[in-house]
Ligand binder design. Structure first.
Ligand SMILES: N[C@@H](CCC(=O)N[C@@H](CS)C(=O)NCC(=O)O)C(=O)O
Length: 271
């Protein structure tokens, strides 16, 4: 007796990895409006990896992530092919490992080092000031929160979540240390950081023909900043705004003016 199998067996290692991903379930855990969550979603899209998204409410997210087996407390968190990866920079590396094309980092070592430095700065220096300003704003008026949750599926109507969300906002503001003092300090940090982003665009580290991990890291932070009416005028004429418009043209959310004029003074001076 003769048996014949026709097996769809990939020839190269690259094809084998692509074959695995095509059969993988990818699920991304996010908080609506979270800028590093956008980073991860954009990188998955860039790689052409289909994924499902689970939207979590802030604070509640920590327990939910634990319940599905992640060791850390923050989003973005990605389950892919049975593995769990947490953190926007870790996700960038895992995606490049699983699906090398199109790459998220340049092949040239010196160029890669520059992209990694921009990405590090985006993660460690740029993400947090805007997060603090947002929570400072929601502490004053939480109703604009609904606009950041456009299209999200939180398990409760968005309007109800915002209406009853006072304690959750207070906890998030505390968790992110969004005090008056820190919000004011966050504003002072922005002009030199925006200058750095503009310089990276100028020298081609960012916003080149091929987008890289640093573009996906930084653009959502700039996009999020531009949703604040108080910050947009200081950014919209900078090269940084061009990057955000290219990578995240429709960042959801809008926060009406809320910050005291004197705090905004550093943004109005040429840096
Ligand atoms: N630097 C980390 C930041 C992760 C982070 O702090 N995420 C925030 C959302 S932007 C979070 O999960 N916060 C928990 C909460 O709000 O309860 C990354 O890029 O992955």
């Amino acid at each position: 007796m003769q048996f014949e199998w026709e097996v769809d067996w990939p020839a190269s290692q690259e094809a084998w990895i692509a074959h695995r991903i095509d059969r993988m379930d990818a699920r991304l855990y996010v908080i609506p409006g979270s800028h590093p969550s956008w980073t991860a979603a954009l990188m998955l899209e860039h790689k052409g990896i289909a994924f499902k998204r689970t939207d979590l409410m802030p604070v509640v997210s920590k327990g939910a992530l634990r319940a599905v087996g992640f060791p850390g407390k923050t989003v973005p968190a990605l389950k892919i092919g049975g593995d769990k990866v947490q953190g926007s920079r870790q996700i960038a590396r895992e995606l490049d490992r699983l699906r090398p094309e199109p790459p998220l980092f340049p092949a040239d070592a010196a160029q890669r080092a520059e992209v990694e430095e921009a990405e590090r700065c985006g993660d460690e220096e740029l993400q947090h000031p805007i997060r603090q300003l947002l929570w400072w704003g929601f502490k004053k008026d939480r109703y604009p929160m609904a606009s950041y949750s456009e299209g999200a599926k939180l398990g409760v109507p968005i309007g109800l979540a915002v209406k009853t969300g006072g304690p959750l906002v207070a906890l998030s503001a505390r968790f992110n240390e969004a005090s008056d003092e820190n919000a004011r300090a966050a504003l002072q940090k922005l002009p030199p950081l925006l200058d750095k982003v503009d310089a990276w665009i100028e020298d081609g580290t960012l916003n080149d023909t091929q987008l890289n991990a640093a573009d996906f890291q930084i653009a959502p932070s700039i996009g999020l900043m531009m949703t604040l009416d108080d910050l947009r005028p200081a950014i919209e004429n900078r090269p940084a705004a061009t990057l955000a418009e290219r990578v995240v043209p429709n960042y959801p959310g809008r926060m009406p003016p809320a910050l005291p004029a004197e705090w905004l003074a550093p943004l109005k001076q040429p840096s």
